[in-house]
Design a binder for this molecule. Structure first.
Ligand code: PLP
Length: 401
């Protein structure tokens, strides 16, 4: 029974948690099992091997931790760093802010590089800090690949280039919570030392699994990292990996089967096709926003996000009212503006298991809501712009060719 029933499907367009595909729901609809039986380790072994593909790594070691993105952050930090370590971290929106808050509460010496919300990380400042740091006091560079609050995607290849230019050994720690499995992400090629995501984002699973991948330098760093860690200690996992039983504590059996199916669906579509689909949906959304005469919160094209678009509303409209209306009148769930941009933007999440026609439903809903709240939108204008683009650019479904 729904807590507050609405007829038809809820159009879920928050940028996580996202829609769960039917085959994944069915795969998870099962009883508990003894995780020490031979079946669960056998399944886990395939997951640990296959999940590396979504990070584009062959050298990384993945950990499937019963947690959320926030716990995955903590695991990345405490396994590789010691209290007092200097880290450079970029503040560009609510999620990078929360990660920085965690870094400070864990006792690191955080060198915060702040940009206006709507801009990407200021990499010129990173270059100047690395250039000045000949003594290598900076132990890690932490960056959110895709800032979900503002719809800004940072250029990770450029971060790697800057680290290499200064031959700086700082670890490169990346929050890929709203990017991995949706945006182009290359752990090995970009020399990322720790990357992480959460199950409820582009993997399209329920919340509850943090997926963390540690490169060889990060694993080496655990040997000297003095941060207190218990639940998130990678060494406990590694001990059980060696034993072949894999789990230091009880995993969610249902989520493991869900992850198996989620990965199978992604591989069947093809990871690069999944990424291209996100690029298409992102572009269609931006065309609709433009046709409505509204602004993207993201200030430059180079930072446009293909997983979430934050739409700026005129000052006479409260964007929270748009979100409230969507839910109350059209069974449409949009993302609120957070913190500094509360009331000023609403967010359209276009990530995970989603297709063109679903997106058009959302865009049609947004148009009606805009009219409801007094914005002079021409009904159909955004949908037409998105349709024109999608009709030209949507390929045949790979499995149906
Ligand atoms: N990082 C980013 C980029 C996010 O978008 C979120 C949540 O939306 C988080 C971290 C925190 O993840 P969680 O809510 O799963 O702890």
């Amino acid at each position: 029974m729904d807590y507050v029933y609405g007829p038809g499907r809820n159009h879920l367009f928050v940028p996580g948690p996202v829609n769960i595909p039917e085959p994944v729901i069915r795969a998870m609809n099962r009883n508990n099992e003894d995780y020490r039986s031979p079946a669960v380790p056998a399944l886990t072994k395939t997951l640990l091997e296959d999940v590396k593909q979504i990070f584009k790594t062959t050298t990384g070691t993945p950990f499937l931790i019963p947690t959320t993105g926030t716990g995955a952050w903590e695991s990345a930090l405490t396994n590789t760093l010691s209290p007092g370590d200097r880290i450079v971290s970029f503040l560009i929106g609510q999620f990078s802010l929360l990660w920085i808050d965690q870094q400070q509460r864990l006792g690191f010496n955080v060198d915060v590089v702040e940009s206006e919300w709507g801009q990407g990380a200021n990499l010129d400042i990173l270059a100047s800090k690395l250039a000045a740091d000949t003594a290598h006091t900076i132990k890690a560079v932490c960056i959110v690949h895709n800032e979900t609050a503002t719809g800004v995607t940072n250029n990770l290849a450029k971060v790697r280039r800057i680290l290499d230019d200064y031959r700086h050994p700082a670890l490169f720690l990346v929050d890929g919570v709203s990017s991995i499995c949706a945006l182009d992400f290359r752990m090995d090629e970009w020399g990322v030392d720790v990357a992480l995501t959460g199950s409820q984002k582009a993997l399209s699973l329920p919340t509850g699994m943090g997926i963390v991948c540690a490169g060889p330098r990060a694993l080496e760093a655990t040997k000297t990292a003095k941060s207190v860690r218990v639940f998130f200690d990678w060494n406990d996992y590694l001990k059980f990996y060696k034993l072949g039983t894999f789990w230091p504590y009880t995993p969610s059996i249902q989520l493991l089967y869900g992850l198996r199916t989620a990965l199978d669906l992604i591989f069947e579509e093809g990871l690069d096709n999944v990424i291209a689909r996100h690029a298409r949906l992102g572009k269609a959304t931006r065309l609709a926003v433009e046709a409505w005469g509204l602004k993207n919160c993201t200030q430059k094209e180079e930072w446009f996000s293909d997983t979430v678009t934050a739409v700026v509303v005129p000052p006479y409209i409260d964007s929270s009212e748009i979100v409230r209306r969507g839910w109350k009148r059209y069974n449409l769930s949009l993302g609120l503006g957070l913190n500094k941009v509360a009331g000023k933007v609403f967010r359209i999440g276009h990530l995970g298991n989603l297709n063109e026609l679903q997106l058009l439903g959302c865009l049609a809903g947004v148009e009606m809501i805009l009219k409801d709240v007094g914005y002079p939108v021409k009904l159909g204008s955004g949908v037409a712009a998105a349709c024109a683009y999608l009709q030209n650019n949507t390929p045949l479904i790979p499995s149906r060719i």
